[in-house]
Design a protein around this ligand. Structure first.
Ligand code: UN1
Length: 505
């Protein structure tokens, strides 16, 4: 696999029928070479209300389909993903630039969440609670919510949608998806695969309304139209803190719900007792993987001073051996950044870091000779947690800082506006438990002896502070996609009031 396969063949393999060569409209480029690989028509904001209505009509039918039957559709979708894993993974790589192993990992993440959702479709448990009144029955029931708007980012162009869609669908909702403008083809491919699952579901005798899942290929205005619509009770948005702030305010204006997964600025604390071989490998994957473009990417390396002369030289050496290039080629570990703007942000961050006293230990430069948008994975030693270190730059820049006491290390790790993921490398049980305690990491994800990125789908995924507070994927995240109803049934012949209130004259 050494060249960009014919994108149209891949799209056809997934069942895409919309035209991708309209010669006008939106130009889609691959970051691998910077070439335009398709031109597609953009949906403008005017089409959004119609799509919301379609999705709402579908919801009115789907909400009464028994949840385990809804689960069967998601099971079939997981099957379709299994049989199209290679084609979809290549689309992910061609459009987002992540290496093919990670493209396959992303599709696997979709399959995993489908499996998880199928199980959940028989476990949307409510509660019963004892009533204080005789012959009364109280219970809590979870009902479908409505049309779920999903706004997703280029860096996980399909897995994050799948976290939302798989859960939303088994919960009885329908889905309206606005993918990143940078990865529309992958979204169209995924949508076509979903429609294959719907066809199989119907062929097996199940009823499914049209428009269970809709895609809007549009810009920020389309996203805003979704955010403003009272017929979209939940907007789940992944992306920058800037985008999240705009979406959250618009949704709040109409008192809707938002589920936000925004910027991260994830740290690794390396304690004195750390297993340095493991630490080194974890740093490489989490700082350099996906070319530094995961929300969970390692951006701040907080080293105990004793490691400065050992771990740091080993890390610089390892950075020197990384294969950078075409992400479709086996053995390449670092692909391109997403576009020219991302390269500019990288350059700006590196020069700002130097201006703030940083010393470049590895990389720091753009690699124009490779074509596309390649940059060298970069390590910068910083005198402290200056302004640029507190800012999330979506690029492979690792800022290194040192500490002497664990209290200082935890304070440093928590002293940023974002709160997504964190980790500690230590063999000291007391340190590990303290890091995981209420006075330890303030992030949504806290790991011991693994890096901050690459979470499994079974846990709730998301973070605190400017990361937005949302939780997606595993655990009880499904509750975000349902409405809770407290029900009280009186099966007596009397009408006692709560709190013993007597309302009689
Ligand atoms: C993201 O970058 O928005 O934990 C999601 C991880 C992946 C998901 C990242 N499973 O790194």
């Amino acid at each position: 696999m050494t060249s960009i396969a014919d994108t149209n063949d891949l799209l056809r393999a997934c069942g895409v029928t919309v035209a991708t060569d309209v010669r006008q409209g939106w130009a889609v480029q691959t970051p691998i070479t910077g070439d335009v690989i398709a031109q597609i028509a953009l949906d403008d904001a005017q089409v959004v209300p119609g799509k919301i209505k379609d999705a709402h009509d579908a919801f009115l039918v789907w909400r009464t389909t028994p949840a385990p039957i809804r689960g069967e559709l998601v099971r079939l979708f997981g099957d379709v993903l299994r049989t199209h894993k290679d084609a979809l993974a290549q689309m992910v790589t061609i459009e987002s630039g992540k290496i093919i192993a990670e493209g396959r990992g992303e599709v696997q993440e979709m399959i995993d969440i489908c499996d998880f959702a199928v199980g959940l479709s028989r476990q949307l448990y409510g509660l019963t609670m004892p009533s204080e009144r005789p012959e009364h029955h109280m219970r809590e029931v979870w009902h479908p919510l409505g049309v779920i708007g999903v706004i997703s980012a280029f860096n996980f162009p399909v897995a994050v949608w799948a976290w939302n869609a798989a859960l939303a669908l088994i919960c009885g909702n329908t889905v309206l998806w606005k993918p990143s403008e940078k990865t529309p083809l992958t979204a169209l491919a995924t949508h076509a695969l979903f429609e294959k699952a719907v066809a199989t579901f119907r062929a097996a005798g199940h009823a499914a309304p049209d428009n269970l899942s809709h895609v809007i290929i549009g810009d920020a205005k389309a996203g805003q139209a979704m955010a403003d619509s009272p017929d979209v009770p939940l907007i789940s948005a992944t992306g920058s803190t800037r985008m999240g702030r705009i979406v959250a305010q618009r949704v709040a204006e109409r008192l809707g719900r938002s589920l936000l997964e925004l910027g991260g600025n994830n740290a690794m604390i390396v304690a004195e007792s750390a297993d340095l071989d493991m630490t080194l490998r974890a740093i490489l994957f989490s700082a350099v993987g996906t070319a530094g473009q995961r929300c969970t990417t390692l951006r701040r390396l907080l080293l105990h001073t004793s490691h400065v002369d050992t771990l740091l030289p080993a890390l610089i050496k390892a950075y020197g051996t990384l294969r950078i290039g075409n992400p479709l080629e086996r053995g390449v570990l670092v692909g391109p950044l997403i576009d020219a703007d991302a390269v500019k942000s990288f350059e700006k961050a590196v020069s700002q870091a130097v201006a703030e006293g940083g010393k470049i230990l590895a990389g720091g430069n753009v690699l124009p000779e490779k074509g596309g948008f390649y940059v060298a994975p970069t390590i910068i030693q910083m005198p402290g947690q200056s302004k640029i270190v507190q800012h999330e730059t979506f690029a492979p820049i690792l800022y290194v800082m040192t500490w002497d006491t664990m209290a200082d290390a935890v304070a440093l790790q928590n002293a940023v506006a974002q709160g997504l993921s964190s980790c500690l490398f230590t063999l000291n049980m007391r340190e590990a438990e303290a890091f995981l305690s209420a006075s330890g990491s303030d992030c949504g994800i806290a790991n011991i002896n693994i890096g901050p990125s690459g979470a499994e789908i079974g846990g709730a995924f998301g973070g605190e502070k400017e990361t937005g507070g949302g939780r997606e994927s595993g655990s009880d995240s499904w509750k975000a996609y349902m409405r809770r109803q407290t029900q009280t049934v009186n099966y007596s012949a009397a009408l006692p009031l709560a709190q013993g209130v007597v309302f009689e004259s």
